[in-house]
Write a protein that binds this ligand. Structure first.
Ligand code: NAP
Ligand code: G4F
Length: 343
């Protein structure tokens, strides 16, 4: 019998890579998308137009706001594994939409756990936790034991899900694991996140269809990994012999400014920085034009300044290793943007 997986947020960056991985692993994959007035399946269109659609890949409209919809779907599918990836995942937006973010990211998780509990299923559940939980930490290499200091409504909503997952694991004996994933990127990242904003912006500058990129805090540091490898880590977490919580990270940290420099370097555009604070700008050395400036609107009310994760536990227990360097990730993203915007 083929294993059945249920993925919430299957049309998101991670959901789409995970669906491809699980189909390859001979699962029957069931996934949720939201009803939208515009097309929203771009990342999974290649699966929809393949032989897998409605054979071993099924899509359902639902929203994590809808407890009955979630319950009925889980009852119908009776999945072996659930990957709860659906979320309002944008940190900056969570300051404007704190209640909605909490409804989806906290209570949405609870709805899934309650469905599995009330249906008395033996389903294993992966909960998408995040390095944003570490927030303001002063610990220089964050691991599974590092205390959380969340700094945004997004992080706080995810903190609830982290703890309710642990609680349902202990109190209802459900196989529930948190993956505490550090930032992971790919050509499928939405352009509202800083990496994709930079790679696509830089490519458009190179092609002469955009003048500059406006950014917020370029001194924030992140541990950026490669999304397809991280969804493989999610799958490994659920194949472990017991439920547990794992950090997935590269163990390396770079600033947004360094990401900008690496991206322009790859595109053979030499830049020079001048000015300070809100007046800091990057100039194209060739023509002295401003190609990066700073805009206050992209700053956050409270920022997470430094993230760097320890992958020791997942290396040791699950034999998971990051393979793709940041330079390689930038190359993959830029190359993909060059194809997209050259046409
Ligand atoms: P993403 O690209 O933003 O995808 C999020 C998915 O959730 C989309 O399919 C989205 O659908 C869906 N969704 C949003 N609101 C929903 C709602 N009310 N009901 C049902 N579905 C809803 O995020 P991602 O990068 O793939 O991340 C996957 C998960 O990992 C998220 O939970 C995120 O918070 C977490 N995470 C991500 C990272 C990272 O660096 N990528 C790191 C740590 C944790 P629409 O397309 O309709 O919006
Ligand atoms: O790309 P970001 O928006 O990602 P952020 O906030 O780290 O969140 C992402 O990773 C989390 C894991 O740690 C996930 F849980 C979450 O769902 C999401 O996938 O911002 C990265 C950094 C921030 O410090 C931000 O202030 O880049 C800084 N930044 C500077 N200028 C900018 C910009 N971020 C965005 N989005 N846009 C800017 O113009």
């Amino acid at each position: 019998m083929k294993k059945k997986a249920f993925i919430t947020g299957i049309n998101g960056q991670d959901g789409s890579y995970l669906a491809e991985l699980l189909i390859e692993k001979n699962y029957v994959v069931h996934g949720t998308i939201r009803k939208s007035s515009t097309f929203n399946t771009e990342r999974i269109d290649s699966i929809i137009s393949s032989k897998h659609y409605n054979k071993d890949f099924f899509l359902y409209y639902t929203d994590l706001i809808d407890a009955h919809g979630i319950y009925n779907l889980i009852n119908k599918i009776k999945p072996d594994e659930i990957y709860n990836l659906a979320a309002q995942s944008h940190v900056h937006t969570s300051f404007d939409l704190p209640e909605y973010t909490t409804q989806i990211n906290s209570l949405g998780t609870l709805k899934i756990l309650d469905a599995v509990k009330n249906l008395k299923l033996k389903t294993k559940i992966y909960q998408a936790s995040t390095s944003e939980l570490y927030g303001n930490t002063k610990v220089k290499l964050q691991n599974e034991k590092t205390p959380f200091e969340p700094r945004s409504p997004y992080a706080i909503s995810k903190l609830y899900s982290y703890w309710i997952a642990k609680n349902y694991r202990e109190s209802h004996n459900i196989f529930l694991s948190n993956g505490i994933l550090f930032n992971h990127e790919s050509p499928r990242r939405n352009e509202t996140f800083v990496t994709k904003k930079i790679t696509s912006g830089a490519v458009k500058i190179k092609l002469g269809i955009q003048n500059k990129i406006s950014l917020g805090n370029i001194y924030a540091k992140r541990d950026w990994g490669y999304a397809p490898e991280y969804v493989f880590g999610m799958w490994k977490i659920l194949q472990h012999n017991e439920p547990d919580d794992f950090v997935i990270a590269t163990g390396k940290s770079y600033s947004v400014k360094e990401f900008v420099e690496k991206t322009f370097k790859y595109l053979d555009i030499n830049i020079v920085w001048k000015g300070k604070g809100y007046n800091e700008k990057a100039y194209n050395k060739k023509n002295n034009k401003v190609i990066v400036d700073i805009d206050r609107k992209y700053f956050r009310n409270t920022e997470v300044n430094f993230l760097k994760g320890s992958n020791l536990k997942i290396k040791k227990k699950l034999n998971w290793y990051p393979k793709t360097s940041l330079d390689k990730i930038i190359k993959i993203m830029v190359d993909s943007d060059l194809i997209k915007y050259s046409n």
